[in-house]
Ligand binder design. Structure first.
Ligand code: NAP
Length: 211
């Protein structure tokens, strides 16, 4: 059984965790307050879901989702050995949905900032490009609006995340290296915030137009 770990156990983690567990994966949640603080939550999410400290979660997981908010990234990722781990960067450099919620990071990609905080990790950008309710309503997809994008510079890591997306019933589209494809799904990128998932045909047309 494959294990997906979450660094953070808030809205994004609580939306995805039961879907991933239902797809037959083991799920481990973690936060800053320790596994005991997550006991009621994991009980409610079912048999395949458990809680651990962040360091234990990373050690035991095949893939880790960064499900913490931007200001928490440095603190949450420190003191952990990330070497060789497949890490999904689901973060956005913003505090909320409004324009004034954007956290200015200058002329750098948010995934470059994240990469510095998880040294040695095989970073894949995914699960960030739409609001949480869109993922919640669309996984598993109810029609052919089924595309989830990903971007990363390690093909085996991309393939592992693509399999996770397939196991959730969706259609992965690999946008290639994180410094190229990642720009399309970074906050404000052309493939973000459509408030629904693309169909495969529409996604291919949009990627072709924006690549
Ligand atoms: N909002 C959206 O629609 C959306 C869509 C896609 C992606 N995202 C991105 O997803 C990420 C998570 O968002 P969210 O809405 O799920 O946030 P959230 O509900 O605030 O959850 C954040 C989680 O991180 C934990 N945390 C805080 N500090 C920590 C630390 N030092 N170590 C370990 N865990 C820590 C918190 O628990 P404790 O405080 O108990 O530790 C909490 O469980 C954000 O980067 C966001 O931009 C959001």
């Amino acid at each position: 059984m494959t294990t997906l770990g979450f660094l953070g156990a808030g809205r994004l983690a609580q939306m995805l965790a039961p879907k991933v567990a239902k797809a037959g994966w083991q799920v481990i949640l973690s936060n800053s307050r320790g596994p005991d603080s997550l006991a009621d939550l994991v009980t409610g999410l079912g048999d395949n879901v458990s809680a651990a400290t962040p360091a234990e979660m990373v050690e035991r997981s095949d893939i880790i989702v960064l499900a913490i908010r931007w200001p928490q990234v440095e603190d949450a990722t420190s003191g952990i050995d990330w070497t060789g781990k497949v890490v999904i960067d689901a973060t956005n450099n913003r505090l909320g949905p409004k324009p004034e919620d954007l956290i200015e990071i200058g002329d750098v990609l948010s995934s470059d900032v994240i990469a510095k905080n998880v040294p040695g990790a095989r970073l894949v950008k995914a699960f960030n490009h739409e609001p949480i309710p869109v993922f919640d309503q669309s996984l598993p997809p109810k029609d052919d609006a089924s595309v989830l994008f990903l971007a990363g510079s390690d093909q085996a890591a991309n393939d592992a995340v693509a399999q996770l997306i397939r196991d959730l019933g969706a259609e992965p589209i690999d946008l290639g290296p994180i410094d190229q494809g990642g720009k399309l799904i970074a906050m404000g990128g052309p493939l973000t915030n459509k408030f629904k998932l693309y169909t495969p045909a529409d996604a291919k047309a949009a990627v072709g137009a924006d690549a």
